[in-house]
Design a binder for this molecule. Sequence first.
Ligand code: SF4
Ligand code: SF4
Length: 134
Amino acid sequence: MYLKLSVKNTESDFVKKIEEISGENLMKCNQCGKCSAGCPSVSRMESLPNQVIRRVQLGDESVLEDDTIWLCASCFTCAVRCPKGVDLSKVMEALRLLTLRKNVNYTQIEKIPRDELEVLPPIALVSNFRKMTS
Ligand code: SF4
Ligand code: SF4
């Protein structure tokens, strides 16, 4: 006698979109935490990098509202450390792109105080605008 198992594909559109943009298979992540242990920006993040990927795996779109995805420095430390070959920096980039494609800017240029504009290195401003504005 055979027991027929039916496995439903429960991956949400959100998960599929992030996998499509990042080119990463999110389900390879086993939550070992090595990415978070080596991340230089982690002390200022609302969620740890491994928590970000877990929330995306679960289809939790509220992850887009966290500052965390914008505080990622795209340093690739997580990608180098991951034993499962997941490039989390690409996942963070995909999450930012999903927001920017809706014409939502993280940096609002007009709100940067003039005294800060006078002391900030131009290259910092340029890279900020490239990464955080649509
Ligand atoms: S290092 Fe890789 S497998 Fe481990 S939690 Fe981070 S993304 Fe997941
Ligand atoms: S790429 Fe982003 S998430 Fe990964 S270690 Fe660097 S700052 Fe942290």
